[in-house]
Every structure is written in C-alpha cells, then in structure tokens.
Design a protein around this ligand. Structure first.
Ligand code: GLC
Length: 425
C-alpha cells in the first residue's frame, strides 16, 4: 500500500512538476532563460538506456527495493558487474540507425551505483568489478559519432544508509549528506565528460526542492554547461516536461518516455514488447502534438541490448529512413484527417500518417487550401488529385497498404496548408 501511494505520488509529481506551486523563495527559479531548444524540437525521437548492476539479475531496476535486498548484499552485484560486451559505439550506432537524434544514459539510478568515477562515492564502476569509467566510454562514443548526449541522474540513493524504506522521513543528517553527494556528482558529471546536451533528473524523494537545493543545482548546471537542457524532475520546471509511459501533450516543451516492454531495466523474461506499429503510433502521436518520444532499451548485465529490442530498432530505423521527414521538426497539422489516423506538419507540408488504409482512393476533407500534390513516401507514387471545395480524393493509390506499419502521404498545397474546419481554422 505504502509503495503504491509512493508510486502514485511520484507519478503525480512527474506529471505536474512544471507547475510546482509550493516552491519557496530562491528555489522558485528555472536557472535563467531557457537555452536554445531548436535542435531538441527538431529531434523528436531519442533513445533512453536503463543500465546498471540491476541488469545482472535481470528483474528490473527497482529490484533492490522491491526484493528488500540489504545494502551489503546488493553491493556484491557491483563486484560481479564487469560488462565485457559493453560497446557504446554500437549502442550509439543502433540509435542512429533507428533515426534517434539523442541518447540518455542512466549514469546513476535509484540504487546509487555510479557508472562514472566519483570522488564522493565508493559505489562506482571504477572502484568495483568493472574498474572502468563507463560514462566516459559512452560520452566519447557519443561525441565521436556526433550524437547528442544526455545524463539521467537519480537524486535519491537507496544505497545510502538511512534513506530506505521509502515513505519514511529521511533524517536531517542523511538528507544533507545525500544532497551534498548529489551536488558533487552532478558537478562531476557536468565537468568531466565534455559537452552534455541534456540533464535528466529523476527520483526526487523526498519531494522538497529546499532539501535538494534544486535551485542551486540548476544554476550550477547552467553555469557548467550553458546550452544544457534540463528536465522537470528536480522539482523545478526546467526546460521540458517528462510524462512517463503516457502521451500527454502540454503547452510547454515535453517528452514522453516509454518502455519497449514493461520494464526500464533489463528483465530477462519480459517479452511484452509493444509491436512496431504501436511504437510508430506513439512516436507519431507525440510528434503531431509537438512532443518528443524517448524510447527505452535495457541492455543486460554484459552490455548487450536484447535481440528483440535490436529488431525493433531496426524496423523503426527502416521506417524512419523513408518517412522521417514527417517526424523531424514536426508540429500539429491544420488538417487532422482523423478518418485515416493522424497528421503532422513540417514547414508547408502536411503528412498524413495513415493507420487505417482506405484502399486505392484516400478521402480527405476540411482542406482550406488547394492540394497541389500528394506522394506516398514508401513507394514514391503520386496520387491523381480530385478536389471539390474542401473535400479531396487522392486516387490511384495502391489498393493495399504499401508499408506494413504506417503509411505516410506527403501533401503539398498551394500556399500554406489551411483548414476549413471552424475548430481548426
Ligand atoms: C521512474 C522510475 C524509474 C525509471 C524512470 C523513467 O522514475 O522510478 O525506474 O527510471 O521513471 O522515467
């Protein structure tokens, strides 16, 4: 029950954290003007990577808490953690192939295990089994490939004596120490690995911006990395919101993160993968509402991304290669086409994302400007256009859907696309 309440409180925090009414005094700040988010708004699609010592047993990243493992037992996992197959170049290449434009790695999850070298913790991949700074290797791979890179960092640290169980108050002394540790580690992460594009906080428990010095953290991050984008999970609005496993459009920049199956961290037997057409629907749903889609992969304890996940990435990449121009930089379309699926707008083009293929004639309505051309991206075929007022028929399209997942038709208009439907004019 307690866990449930905590999780609910947590979810609500995550979803509403752009409107923290309860912030006090100097903590009520985002750390200055928002940096330039143009690249992020263009990107629309990123990769999330949940990876840590919890990936060895393969029962998800909450294992330490959910199985009530004592700190000393859990620490043994760190000695076993020696990921021979870890090849961040390959991870980054897979993200690139999938059409993803940025990658966020869990540099430290709630269990407190750091994949980086830290002067203020012994629980790191450098000081235990692996004896490697895995974040450094990851950062180098991203920089070499020109891939935008983000660091996930959990504020809460279950490895710290006095922090568990959740839901009970953390003593003042422990709170000060973990907040100091967080400050020092964020400083390390933003000082030692070159350019960091995104700082992705999580795990703000207790939910108290004063206790975590969220304002100071924000100011420090902006000072060390002036262009960095910061999410909303340190209790301050930051630059973007982060709905989790749900598409929830907002009036500010937002990014929905999703599991491919049902867990973030590697779960050996979790085969509940979302089908490719569903992942494309989610990506499109985000893009059509000016949101980003952050899709998670969960490498195993050796650093191998499960084959099912690689297959999904490959399929997404194939689709993105042909249809990506409907996603990158996408914004809401004035023509909705709800009879067919969804639509995005990029510049002066409208992309119909057809989930329910209608056959060789594609009927469209509420077009307030003249449709000049319509091209089915997967085959390059142009439709014969018939337009009567705001009703349009795209003839000579294939009878059967050409793409097995999601078919995209690019519409070019005379002038800018406009809706004739009063609600969208
Ligand atoms: C939640 C979970 C965590 C996961 C994260 C991803 O905060 O506690 O396990 O990393 O969401 O958004």
């Amino acid at each position: 029950m307690k866990i449930k309440l905590f999780l609910i409180a947590f979810a609500i925090t995550a979803l509403t954290s752009n409107t923290f009414a309860g912030l006090k005094g100097s903590e009520n700040q985002t750390g200055g003007d928002h940096p330039d988010m143009a690249w992020w708004q263009e990107a629309r699609f990123g990769m999330f990577i949940h990876w840590g010592v919890y990936s060895i047993p393969g029962r998800g990243e909450w294992l330490m808490y959910q199985e009530h493992v004592p700190i000393s037992d859990y620490a043994k996992l760190a000695d076993q953690f020696n990921p021979h197959d870890f090849n961040p170049k390959e991870w980054v290449a897979k993200a690139k192939e999938a059409g993803m434009k940025y990658v966020i790695l869990t540099t430290r999850h709630h269990d407190g295990f750091c994949l980086f070298d830290s002067k203020v913790s012994g629980f790191t991949s450098v000081k235990t089994g692996a004896k490697r700074d895995l974040v450094k290797e990851f950062a180098d791979a991203c920089h070499a490939a020109g891939m935008r890179m983000g660091f996930y960092y959990s504020l809460m640290d279950w490895h710290f004596p006095g922090v568990l169980p959740l839901g009970e108050p953390v003593s003042k002394v422990a709170m000060k120490s973990i907040a100091d540790q967080a400050y020092a580690q964020v400083h390390e992460l933003l000082s030692n690995y070159g350019k960091v594009d995104i700082l992705w906080y999580d795990g703000m428990n207790p939910n108290d911006t004063l206790a975590w010095h969220s304002g100071e953290l924000m100011a420090m991050a902006r000072k060390l990395q002036p262009d960095i984008l910061i999410n909303d999970r340190s209790g301050l609005p930051g630059d973007f919101s982060t709905p989790e496993n749900v598409v929830a459009a907002q009036s500010r920049p937002w990014e929905s993160c999703f599991c491919m199956n049902r867990t973030w961290g590697y779960a050996r037997y979790d085969r509940n993968y979302k089908p490719v057409h569903e992942l494309l629907r989610l990506l499109t749903l985000c893009a059509s509402q000016r949101g980003n889609f952050l899709l998670n992969v969960s490498p195993d304890g050796e650093g191998t991304i499960p084959v099912e996940q690689v297959e999904i990435l490959t399929a997404l990449g194939k689709w993105m290669k042909v249809n990506g121009k409907a996603i990158y930089g996408a914004a809401p379309s004035p023509i909705i086409a709800a009879n067919l699926g969804m639509a995005t707008r990029v510049g002066d083009k409208v992309y119909l994302m057809i989930q329910r293929w209608p056959g060789s004639t594609v009927p469209l309505a509420w077009c307030g400007s003249k449709v000049k051309s319509a091209c089915l991206l997967s085959t390059g075929q142009y439709a014969r256009i018939e337009q009567q007022g705001d009703r349009v028929w795209l003839h000579d399209m294939p009878e059967y859907p050409a793409d097995p997942y999601l078919n995209v038709i690019e519409l070019t208009f005379e002038g800018a696309p406009r809706s004739s439907e009063p609600a969208y004019r």
